[in-house]
Ligand binder design. Structure first.
Ligand SMILES: Cc1ncc(COP(=O)(O)O)c(CN[C@H](C(=O)O)[C@H](C)O)c1O
Length: 334
């Protein structure tokens, strides 16, 4: 099967498996795992923050960020189709007791400063008070859209006008950096904290990073423990993460393969195909998504359901140009 369901399906390289086996390990709860410590230091350096925390998943990284930024009963602002609102099981309410106020970010998922000003609620005798703005880059639901740095910075500035903190869900931060042709640190500079995944396009088997100010990361480490995310000899999985972090320069290949896939699918009668910024291609199937997906699976190709009549293809390091041609041929035959 050719698996285009997500870039989360990437399998570790031989080098990652060897690194896991040979990793220098210790008890990370006591800060004693040298490989985790090295990964956290390297990650902070790459994105230009004071500190970073290694977490088992992107979801946990986002939820730890929300819990650390907010107090129970606060309100947060996020985009209507953001992952933290749409795909994290209501964790905003469950883990943090925080109310989400969603804003429609349009086709590209970018929030305008005036939307942040309009969405802001001042805490008083009746109203909860906004304490956090969450932004997402690239924006998954909109099709892996890379939002320009200036747009993120303008929204963050509007938040700061009201002393509201800003968290960036950067699960695919390095895809955004590659598409925008800027260092990831430039995308991160305007926000307070960022979560990015090692386990997606970068190819690590497990793990994400939450990065930000030293004091914030110190408290986030306690919240990780509260959430049951304290790990012991985690160098075994952090070692592949260190190799993954150095993979960020290869993501252009995934983006080129996404363009190749979109161009091929666009030639097929009846399909509406997005113009990909990065490694995600959205296809309107002009009929039930399940019918399309089942028929495609029968041809040996997997994709994800993204709506009643929409499917998503993600390119990644386990599919190459010839696999893309195979997927196009399979879709053409439906
Ligand atoms: C923007 C963003 N932020 C956070 C996460 C969560 O990361 P994990 O918890 O899966 O490591 C994801 C994963 N996204 C997954 C995927 O795209 O296949 C699914 C939808 O959860 C994400 O796309």
């Amino acid at each position: 099967m050719l698996d285009f369901r997500s870039d989360t399906v990437t399998k570790p390289s031989e080098a990652m498996r060897e690194a896991a086996r040979d990793a220098d390990v210790g008890d990370d709860v006591y800060r004693g795992d040298p490989t985790v410590n090295e990964l956290e230091a390297r990650a902070a350096e790459v994105v230009g923050t004071e500190a970073a925390l290694y977490v088992p998943s992107g979801t946990m990284g986002n939820q730890i960020a929300i819990r650390t930024h907010t107090e129970r009963g606060d309100e947060l602002l996020c985009e209507t189709d953001s992952h933290i609102y749409k795909w994290e099981l209501g964790g905003i309410a469950q883990h943090s007791g925080v109310q989400a106020r969603t804003i429609d970010g349009g086709d590209r998922g970018a929030l305008a400063p005036e939307q942040v000003h309009d969405g802001y609620v001042a805490r008083d005798g009746h109203r909860p008070g906004t304490s956090l703005l969450c932004v997402e880059n690239t924006h998954n639901s909109k099709g892996g859209i890379a939002i320009p740095v200036d747009d993120i910075a303008a929204a963050a500035e509007a938040a700061r006008d009201h002393d509201v903190s800003v968290h960036l869900d950067g699960a695919r931060l390095f895809n955004a950096a590659a598409a925008l042709d800027v260092p990831a640190s430039e995308i991160v500079a305007p926000v307070d904290t960022v979560m990015f995944c090692l386990s997606k396009g970068l190819g690590a088997p497990v793990g994400s990073i939450l990065a930000g100010p030293e004091s914030f990361i110190e408290e986030a480490r306690r919240v990780r423990k509260l959430f049951g995310g304290g790990m012991r000899q985690a160098g075994m999985i952090a070692a592949p993460g260190l190799l993954a972090l150095e993979n960020r320069t290869r993501l252009q290949e995934d983006h080129a393969n996404a363009q190749l896939l979109a161009d091929g699918l666009r030639d097929i009668e009846g399909l509406g195909v997005s113009d990909p910024d990065t490694n995600i291609v959205l296809v309107d199937t002009d009929g039930p998504a399940e019918t399309f997906l089942d028929a495609l699976e029968a041809e040996g190709v997997l994709a994800s359901r993204f709506g009643p009549e929409q499917v998503r293809f993600c390119t990644h390091w386990d599919v190459d140009g010839s696999d893309v041609e195979t997927a196009i041929d399979a879709a053409s035959s439906l």
